[in-house]
Ligand binder design. Structure first.
Ligand code: CO
Length: 224
């Protein structure tokens, strides 16, 4: 719904009034602390607002969004979010949520120079390359596009599982569990791709097992 710049502050006042009507102490409680159970990593796309699609209130979900919901191992931003969410907020679940009709995924499917976007889209192009056999076998372009959205979610969720933070958290506390979802813009429905967190963890640990690094090499507790 388009609104003018000034309207946003009017909207905000109405929202505040509405929240106080529901619970007079709402903002007092909100200011005290946050104890979200979920970390949501999703696309920046304006049509996929984390709290709304999950039906959650302020304070319920810790959110990180970027173009194409990527978890890149040199992106200090997303790694910091994961680290903070796991070590300090003790989130129980980490969700990587993609969406069909994702512009980032679409752009990555077009083999041309996108300027500044190139290095970012490379992550999605790498997902295509890893799964090119499956993807190239899909003749319908829209279906191939949708499948790449799903595979990108699975690969980014796997990237979350590759982090020392998540592996150590899970070893110590049995959480977080990592999930992969896709949001369908046409229906508003969230689809759980039902990735098998334990199986992925076990399958990658031959190469990516980082659970022992802390005591040996990284005394100050930094972990990526
Ligand atoms: Co998108």
């Amino acid at each position: 719904m388009p609104s003018t710049y000034e309207q946003i502050f009017e909207n905000n006042k109405k929202w505040v009034a509405n929240m106080i009507t529901r619970d007079a102490d709402f903002f007092e409680k909100l200011a005290k602390d946050q104890t979200p159970d979920y970390l949501y990593i999703g696309c920046s796309d304006s049509r996929v607002p984390a709290n709304e699609i999950m039906g959650l209130e302020p304070g319920d979900v810790f959110v990180h969004r970027n173009v194409g919901n990527l978890v890149n191992n040199t992106d200090l931003n997303v790694l910091t979010v994961i680290n903070f969410a796991v070590k300090h907020l003790n989130v129980k679940h980490i969700i990587v949520c993609g969406h069909y009709n994702c512009g980032g995924v679409k752009a990555a499917m077009i083999p041309k120079d996108m300027g500044l976007l190139n290095p970012w889209l490379r992550n999605i192009r790498d997902v295509y390359r890893m799964h090119s056999q499956e993807l190239d076998a899909i003749t319908d372009e829209q279906k191939r596009y949708s499948r790449l959205v799903e595979l990108n979610v699975i690969e980014q969720a796997t990237n979350v599982i590759k982090t020392a933070t998540v592996q150590k958290g899970y070893q110590k506390n049995g959480c977080p569990i990592v999930h992969g979802w896709v949001f369908d813009l046409h229906s508003g429905i969230l689809i759980d791709l039902n990735i098998n967190f334990k199986a992925i963890l076990e399958s990658i640990q031959k190469i990516y097992n980082l659970t022992g690094i802390d005591s040996e090499h990284n005394e100050d507790g930094e972990e990526l």
